[in-house]
Write a new protein. Sequence first.
Length: 471
Amino acid sequence: MTEVLHKVVDETRQGEAYSPFKEDPNAYSKKFYIESYGCQMNFSDSEIVASILHGEGFGPTRNVEDADLVFLNTCSIREKAEQTVRNRLQAFRKIKENKPGMLIGVLGCMAERLKAKFLEEEKLVDLVVGPDAYRSLPGLISETEGGQKSVNVLLSREETYADISPVRLESNGVAAFVSIMRGCNNMCTFCVVPFTRGRERSRDAASIVAECEGLFNHGFREVTLLGQNVDSYYYSAPDGEEVKFEHLLEKVALISPLLRIRFSTSHPKDITDDVLHTMAKYDNICKYIHLPVQSGNTRILAHMNRTYTREWYLHKVARIRAIMPDCGLSTDVISGFCSETEEEHQDTLSLMELCRFDMAYMFSYSERPGTLAAKRYEDDVTEDVKKRRLTEIINLQNSHSRESYRADIGKTFNVLIEGESKRSDNDWCGRNTQNKMVVFPKTSQPLQKGDYVQVKIKDATSATLLGEMVG
Ligand code: SAH
Ligand code: SF4
Ligand code: F3S
C-alpha cells in the first residue's frame, strides 16, 4: 500500500456523474477540503465523510484556501507517515493565519492513536475524530463552529457505515473501492492498525452487493473489495444465510460479467482453496492476489505473530499457482524487524527467489508506540543495517519485476480502459487481470474509458506493459 497519496475532490471526471454535489461551486455557502493518507481504507472512509458532509450542506473544493473546513485523513503505520501529516498541518498554519474562521480537523488513524493529545500538541487543530466516529461529525462541527474544540475517538464493535453511500472522490468513473469490513483482530506485533481501527467486523453482505450494483449501473466496471484481512470476512444474514468471503466474491461476480472484481488484503493464514476455486471459476474475478509475507524466516514470523511459517506461505503460493497458473502475485516485506539476523534476512531474499513476486511494497521496520513489539522487543537492528537490507530486498524485487513484465511480451491481454495515459493523450491505459498497467496507442476506433479491449504486448518496463490493440 502506498504510504502517502493525495486525494482532493475532482469535479472534472466522469465519476462525478455519481456524485450528489452540484456542479456550480457557488451553490454552497460552506466548503470542505479533504486530503487522505495511508491505505485504501482511508480513501474509502474519506468518501463516507464526504457523503456525511454533503448531508450537512457542505460543498467540495479542490483549493484549500477556499475551504471553511479542512480535513486530513491520517495514517500511523510508520513514523514517516505521521511526519508527513505534521508537515501538512504546518502548511495549513500559514493559511489559517489569514483565515481565522477556517476549521481544521484530523481524522483517521493518527487521530485515534493520539486522541486529545493532538489538541495539546497542535494548537491549530479544532477537531479530532477517529475512524469509527464519523457519524458524529455534524454535531462535532457545530460545536467547533461555536468556538469549542471537539474530540470523538470512540471505537465501535459494530460500525460499518453500511447504510451510507460513499461519494466517489477523485474517481476515474471506472474503478471504485468498496469497504467490506473494518478493524483487525490479528495483532501482528509490529502493527498499529488493531489499536487505531479496533476489532474486526464485517459489513452486511446485501449492502455490499447493492453498492456494487449501483456502481455498475453508473458506468463503473471494476470494484476492489477492501479490508485489512478480507479472507476472514463473515456475515450472518438475518435470514440465517452464512456469507463467507468466497460467497461474497461469487455474489459480486454474478452482478455482471462486465464488472471486474479485485480485493485487498489477503492474509496467508486465512486465504483458502475455496476462495482460490471461486476466483478460478469466474473470469471477472481478477487473477491477482496481494499476499503480504513480511519475512521469509519462521522465527521472525513467530516474533511478528503472523501465525504462519515460511513453509506454510510457500505452500499457499503453490496452491495459488496450481489452481490459477496465470495469477499475479504481490507482497509486503519488512526489513530489520527486532532481532533479525543476517541469515534470517537471507531467508527473506531466498523466499523472494522462490515466489518471484510481480510486485512488492517494501519497508524498513518502524517502531510504533503502543504495539506489542514496542512493549516486548528491542528495536535493535541499526538504521544503517535496516536500510542496507531494504536496498537488497528492493534490488532483488526490481529484477524480478523486470523479468515478470518482460515475460509478458508477445502475450495478448483483455484490458479495461481506465483513461488516457498520464504521459500522452494519444495513448490509452488500463490494467490486465493480473493488475499490470498496460499502455497502448489510440486508433481510429471510437473507444472510451470502461471499454474492454484486447492488447498484444510488444515491450515492457519493470512497471508497465506497452502494446497494441488487436482484433
Ligand atoms: N492488513 C494488511 C497490512 C496493512 S499495513 C496485512 O496484514 O497484510 C501495510 C503494510 O505495512 C504491512 O503489510 C507491513 O508490511 C507494513 N507495516 C506495518 N507496520 C509496519 C511497521 N511498524 N514498520 C514497517 N512497516 C510496517
Ligand atoms: Fe496489521 Fe497484521 Fe492486521 Fe495486517 S493483519 S492490519 S499487519 S495487525
Ligand atoms: Fe495507515 Fe490506518 Fe491504513 S494506520 S495503513 S491508514 S488502517
